[in-house]
Design a protein around this ligand. Structure first.
Ligand code: PLP
Length: 371
C-alpha cells in the first residue's frame, strides 16, 4: 500500500500538484560523501565483477569489527554474510533456517514484507498483536503464550520497529533470546533501524544468543537504500547452507556497493548529522501532532516513523489517506498495510525527509483537519 500511495502521489505530481511525501520509509538524503567517492574511485579503477558469495573479505571483516566497536560483542568475520539488502538476507535466512510449513511469529503492526516473504516461501506467519500494554513491542511472555497454544519454530522481531518506531527494552530482549534458545525457537532479529534511536540505545540480539540470526542493512542509518546492500550474522552451522543459497539465488551482493560500503563505517559525522535532522523532525511532530488531534501514537523510540491512531477522524484509513493525498497534498501510509486487523484506524507518517517538507506537511495537515 505504501508503494501504491507513492504511485498515486507521483501521478498527481506529474499533473502539476505539489505533494509532501510523508509515506516513504527511506532517508531523504544521499549516501554519505565518502561512500559515493569510494564508488566513483572503484568505477574508475576498472572491472566490477562477481565476488564471493559470502561477501568481500574486507567488508565482512569491517562488519564483524563494527559489533566490537558499537556493542562490545565479539563476532568473527566467518559468521558474516553480505546480502542484497536486508530483503535478500530474509530470503537466505528463512530458507536456511526453516523447513516448509514452519510457524514464525511476527508482530502486528509490523513490516508487511515479513508475512509476504514468509508466505511466498511456504512458511506460516503467526501474527502477535502488540499494543499500548507492551509499548507496541513483543515480549517473551507473549511468545511463550503463542508457543504454548501451538508450537512456533521461529520468531522474527525488529527493534526499533516499522511502522511504530517502538523498541524492545534490553532486559526484554534478553528474556526473548533466553526463551527462544530454551524452546528451540529460531530468533531472527531485524536490526535495520539500529543507529536511529532517540530514547534508549538499541541492543543486538547477539549479546544474548549465539543461535539468533541477526539481519542488518546499509539502507536506513547509512542512507544507502538503492545500493541494495545488507548483512546477516548467523550461527556457524548455517554458514555453509547460506553460502550455497546465495550462490544460487544472487551469486553475490553487488560488488560496487560492497566496495563503497566499506567507507560507510568512516562516515560517522555525516550519519550523525542525518540522525540529528531526523531527531529535529521527530521533535517537531511530537510537538505539533497532538495539537491537531493526533495525540495517540506508539512510542516513537527510534527509526523515522510515527504510527498514529486516527480513530477520532475515521475507521477507514485507506480512504482517509487517499483524501489527505488528494485534498491536502500530503502522502502517508494507511495502517492496514501494517496491521490487517486493526489498521483501519491508524496511519504511518515518515519523518525521514527534509525538515522543510515535514514542516510544510504539518502545516497542510493542520489546515486540512481544521477545515
Ligand atoms: C523493518 C524493515 N526491515 C527490512 C526492510 C528492507 O530494507 P532493505 O532491503 O532495503 O535492507 C525495511 C524497509 O523498509 C524495513 O522497514
Amino acid at each position: 500500500m505504501a508503494m501504491d500511495v507513492l504511485r498515486d502521489a507521483k501521478a498527481l505530481e506529474r499533473a502539476g500538484r505539489s505533494i509532501i511525501h510523508l509515506e516513504l520509509g527511506e532517508p531523504g538524503v544521499a549516501a554519505p560523501r565518502r561512500v559515493r567517492e569510494a564508488a566513483a574511485e572503484s568505477l574508475r579503477d576498472g572491472s566490477i565483477g562477481y565476488g564471493e558469495a559470502l561477501g568481500d573479505a574486507p567488508l565482512r571483516a569491517r562488519i564483524a569489527r563494527h559489533y566490537g566497536e558499537r556493542y562490545g560483542v565479539d563476532v568473527t568475520p566467518d559468521r558474516v554474510i553480505v546480502t542484497t539488502g536486508s530483503s535478500g538476507g530474509f530470503l537466505l535466512a528463512f530458507l536456511a533456517a526453516f523447513d516448509p510449513g514452519a510457524r514464525i511469529a511476527v508482530t502486528a503492526p509490523g513490516y508487511p514484507a515479513y508475512a509476504n516473504i514468509l508466505s511466498a516461501l511456504g512458511l506460516e506467519p503467526v501474527l502477535l498483536d502488540v499494543g499500548e500494554e507492551t509499548r507496541f513491542a513483543p515480549t517473551a511472555a507473549m511468545l511463550e503464550a503463542a508457543h504454548r497454544a501451538r508450537k512456533l519454530h521461529g520468531a522474527l522481531f525488529m527493534s526499533p520497529a516499522n511502522p511504530t518506531g517502538a523498541m524492545i527494552a534490553r532486559d526484554e530482549l534478553a528474556r526473548i533470546c533466553a526463551f527462544c534458545d530454551e524452546a528451540e525457537i529460531i530468533l531472527v532479529s531485524d536490526e535495520i533501524y539500529h543507529g536511529l534511536e532517540y530514547e534508549m540505545r538499541a541492543e543486538t540480539a547477539l549479546r544474548f544468543s549465539q543461535r539468533a540470526l541477526v539481519i542488518n542493512s546499509f539502507s536506513k542509518y547509512y542512507a544507502m537504500t538503492g545500493w541494495r546492500l545488507g548483512w546477516l550474522v548467523a550461527p556457524a552451522e548455517l554458514m555453509r547452507p547460506l553460502e550455497r543459497l546465495q550462490q544460487s539465488l544472487a551469486i553475490c551482493a553487488p560488488t560496487l556497493s560492497q566496495r563503497a560500503a566499506l567507507a560507510a563505517f568512516d562516515a560517522g559525522d555525516e550519519l550523525e548529522a542525518n540522525r540529528a535532522a531526523y531527531a529535529r523532525n521527530r521533535a517537531l511532530l511530537l510537538d505539533r501532532l497532538p495539537k491537531l488531534g493526533l495525540d495517540n501514537f506508539a512510542p516513537p523510540d527510534g527509526a523515522f516513523y510515527i504510527y498514529a491512531d486516527i480513530s477520532r477522524f475515521t475507521d477507514d484509513s485507506i480512504g482517509f489517506c487517499r483524501r489527505m493525498l488528494h485534498e491536502a497534498g500530503v502522502a502517508t501510509t494507511p495502517g492496514l498495510d501494517f496491521d490487517p486487523r486493526r489498521g483501519a484506524k491508524t496511519l504511518r507518517l515518515s519523518y525521514a525527509g527534509p525538515e522543510a517538507d515535514v514542516r510544510e506537511g504539518v502545516a497542510r495537515l493542520e489546515a486540512w483537519l481544521r477545515r
